[in-house]
Ligand binder design. Structure first.
Ligand code: PLP
Length: 437
């Protein structure tokens, strides 16, 4: 369908400058492999896996077939007091994928729902464990945990919080981004593990007996790609465990190969008490979120109940049959094609090439890990975000999709990307940065 035939008025677009978009709309009509196509048929190389979700590339036939077959066989089934085979199968497959004794899976419809689910599980666990006064949460500055009231409360992005009612009793750790100490680091910065000690300080301040959980993204994506310092996550684990505080990893963007391993938890050899995931779980094809939970957390809640419903929480679309079918087909592709290993194999080339942009005008930092990169530009005086938006638009017009957060360009291509496509992506980005003033 051509742009001019579609009325753009009614759709209130999320996280979008609606007025600006509707004056100069950019749309996709189809997608296949590594490319989107505009409604007019112009290819746009996908440098962002959609929104960090299409890790296996677009239009994967086995996923499409699985969804179609499922829709024709069992379009919808509730999972309240009922079930269907595929959701149990997917939970088992995820439990196999998650590290350690993360063997239980609660499904949700999105990352935001999964985050709020994890926070509620933390509260339910402490209540069942005889410590109902453990109700406080600790998040981190510049953290993004979706847009539910729980997620924005533990999140640390001011624009997402301002003007909204927030959960009480939430503290934030400092973020780990430092141009002074870590600019242009390849991979994990050496500086910054000490920032995890703030958790110890907050626990001392508030009392361990009041704190339910700490939640962090192992690698913060939406806030502009913040790579965890060497040793930082291990230290968070050690401190949280010592004080009986649950550790939640929000792996909505890091799970399923993005960093070259099934999860960031596996990559960093840190087993949290819960892993939140979504996005690439179904290759983005059907909305789905999930929380992987360690046995003791689940068992404490379930065993504390004297019968009846143990956890008063769930969504109409928890474990939706189409999402479950898409998830199973997606996990098959990841395994059959070795995509996590592929990402790990490409990471050194990726690192080499993205750091090749380091001498461009305005560029003040480049960060990378796995198949993720953040290219941070200085803000134009008086116009923060303008440079980033301009680069995004130029790249789009030149046939490459990048993502912009403020003045940081984030890249996270499907794990199927080829070396030539990496070169094309970075050439285009380089040209766009050259063009911006
Ligand atoms: N958590 C993280 C780390 C995310 O990156 C996102 C989305 O980008 C979310 C949670 C929210 O997921 P959703 O947009 O599916 O609600």
């Amino acid at each position: 369908m051509q742009n001019e035939t579609v009325d753009l008025g009614a759709f209130w677009m999320p996280f979008t400058a609606n007025k600006a978009f509707k004056q100069a709309p950019r749309q996709f009509g189809s997608a296949e492999g590594m490319h989107y196509y505009t409604p007019e048929g112009r290819p746009v190389l996908d440098g962002t896996a959609g929104l960090w979700c299409v890790n296996a590339g677009h239009g994967r036939t086995t996923i499409v077939d699985a969804i179609a077959h499922q829709a024709a066989t069992l379009d919808y089934a509730p999972t309240f007091q009922l079930g269907h085979p595929k959701v149990f199968e997917l939970a088992t497959r995820l439990a196999d994928l998650f590290p350690g004794d993360i063997n239980k899976v609660f499904f949700a419809g999105s990352g935001s729902e999964a985050v709020d689910t994890a926070l509620k599980i933390a509260l339910a666990y402490h209540r069942a464990n005889g410590q109902p006064e453990r109700t406080r949460f600790i998040g981190r500055q510049r953290g993004y945990h979706g847009v539910g009231f729980g997620g924005i409360s533990v999140g640390g992005l001011e624009n997402n919080r301002r003007g909204f009612t927030l959960l009480p009793g939430v503290d934030h750790l400092s973020h780990t981004h430092s141009l002074e100490h870590s600019a242009f680091t390849r991979g994990q910065p050496e500086w910054g593990a000490h920032l995890a000690d703030e958790l110890e300080e907050l626990i001392a301040l508030r009392g361990a007996e009041t704190i339910a959980a700490v939640i962090v993204e192992p690698l913060a994506g939406s806030t502009g790609v913040l790579v965890p310092p060497v040793g930082y996550l291990k230290r968070l684990r050690e401190i949280s465990e010592r004080h009986g505080v649950l550790l939640i990893f929000d792996e909505v963007i890091t799970a399923f190969g993005r960093l070259g391993a099934a999860t960031a938890a596996e990559l960093f050899d840190v087993t949290p008490d819960m892993i939140v995931c979504a996005k690439a779980l179904t290759n983005g094809a059907v909305p789905m979120g999930a929380v992987g939970v360690r046995d003791f957390v689940h068992d404490t809640i379930v065993n504390a109940s004297e019968g009846g419903i143990e956890f008063f929480h769930g969504y109409t679309y928890s474990g939706h049959p189409l999402a479950a079918a898409a998830g199973l087909a997606t996990l098959d592709i990841y395994a059959d094609e070795g995509l996590f290993e592929r990402a790990a194999g490409l990471a050194p080339l990726w690192q080499e090439q993205v750091h090749g942009l380091g001498n461009l005008p305005h560029v003040v930092d480049i960060r990378n890990l796995g198949l993720v990169a953040g290219i941070e530009m200085s803000a134009r005086p008086g116009a923060p975000g303008a440079r980033g938006t301009e680069v995004f638009h130029t790249c789009f017009d030149q046939g490459v999709l990048v993502r912009v957060t403020g003045d940081t360009i984030a890249l996270s291509p499907p794990l199927t990307v080829s070396p030539d496509q990496i070169a094309q992506m970075l050439d285009c980005l380089s040209e766009a940065i050259h063009q911006t003033n």
